[in-house]
Design a protein around this ligand. Structure first.
Ligand SMILES: NC(=O)c1ccc[n+]([C@@H]2O[C@H](COP(=O)([O-])OP(=O)(O)OC[C@H]3O[C@@H](n4cnc5c(N)ncnc54)[C@H](OP(=O)(O)O)[C@@H]3O)[C@@H](O)[C@H]2O)c1
Length: 309
């Protein structure tokens, strides 16, 4: 019988990508999409694709256990940028812990937690971003309570270029402009094509959980295909689009914790010392997608441009 997987953030980028990939294997998986708003277009689209839509607000602890009831697996992500969290940054940690606690109570067998490491540890206490800390504290809690889980460290999303408008095409100047706060032109970020690769990694964990449980239980998998600097990214855009591409560093994102995160990238990098791509991801049979793939599939259509080659 197909296993039931609850997906948080299912109407967003990470959860949506995972939900949509799992829905393509109806003999293996059924998807329960958690959302605060079952009437949103994104929720309706998931319902059309076959997901069960369940109303749950992760800030209301009592919503969570009923929403996970009967689920074999959970893909769990929290959104630091949600207004409720931005106004109360410890809310992200609380949401993650409440999710983990409810998953344990509901006997969930495989919990995939979208996480980030401790910025404090990485920077010797110098650069502390709650975007990182909140998620990291949930890892510790998951281990403490003994929830069967895998931690996925996510890269910087290629999708930011489209969803956050970091890249745009100036028709008059005939130039593609890549603008990002704080990140210096030579700073290399570990990059992730969420739609294609995070989804595949989450599915691979669910697929392999029973046969490779020893390797996956409380393991860390790095969801990133390559380390790339803005300079390398503008070169890739130029090569594929045939347009001149320029990079501009903006002074601030407007979110202090996000600025600190970018300063962390400039100072110690992302996942320092870790070989990217992660061999343990490749061993699960996941084929990662490249910057070229994202530029061709998503960026150029978004900009209204054609690939040169
Ligand atoms: N951008 C990057 O490069 C990057 C890199 C690594 C990690 N991250 C992390 O990614 C996370 C955001 O993920 P995303 O980009 O997939 O988000 P997203 O596309 O903005 O979607 C946010 C999702 O979270 C759900 N959500 C928010 N608050 C909720 C609540 N209280 N209860 C239930 N659901 C809630 C929303 O569901 P409804 O609105 O339908 O309820 C929506 O599905 C952030 O925490 C960020 O730190 C981002």
């Amino acid at each position: 019988m197909a296993r039931l997987i609850a997906v948080t953030g299912a109407t967003g980028n990470q959860g949506g990508s995972v939900a949509k990939l799992l829905l393509q294997s109806p003999n293996e998986y059924r998807v329960r999409a958690l959302t605060r708003n079952p009437d949103s277009e994104a929720a309706k689209e998931l319902a059309k694709l076959g997901a069960e839509i369940v109303k749950a607000d992760l800030t209301i602890a009592s919503d969570i256990a009923p929403a996970l009831r009967g689920c074999w697996g959970v893909f769990a992500v929290t959104n630091f940028y949600d207004p409720k969290i931005l106004d109360d940054p410890v809310s992200e940690e609380r949401q993650g812990k409440d999710l983990a606690k409810a998953a344990l109570e509901e006997n969930v067998q495989c919990f995939v937690w979208s996480s980030l490491p401790s910025s404090s540890k990485l920077s010797d206490g110098k650069l502390i971003s709650r975007i990182y800390e909140g998620k990291h504290h949930v890892d510790n809690y998951i281990r403490e309570i003994g929830l069967p889980a895998t931690f996925v460290f996510t890269g910087n999303f290629y999708e930011n270029w489209v969803f956050r408008g970091h890249v745009h095409y100036d028709k008059e100047k005939d130039v593609v402009e890549f603008r990002q706060p704080i990140v210096l032109p030579q700073s290399k970020l570990a990059m992730l094509y969420v739609e294609k690769d995070l989804s595949a990694i989450a599915k691979a964990i669910f697929d392999n959980w029973e046969s490779k449980r020893e390797q996956l239980h409380h393991a860390y998998l790095y969801a990133c295909n390559a380390r790339l600097s803005p300079t390398e990214i503008t070169s890739a855009i130029e090569k594929i689009s045939g347009k001149r591409a320029i990079y501009t560093v903006l002074p601030s994102s407007g979110v202090p914790d996000r600025d600190t995160m970018f300063e962390l990238y400039n100072s110690v990098g992302m996942y320092p010392g870790k070989e990217i791509p992660d061999e343990n991801v490749l061993k699960l049979g996941v084929k990662l997608h490249s910057v070229e793939n994202f530029i061709r599939d998503r960026l150029l259509p978004h900009l209204g441009l054609q690939p040169k080659t």
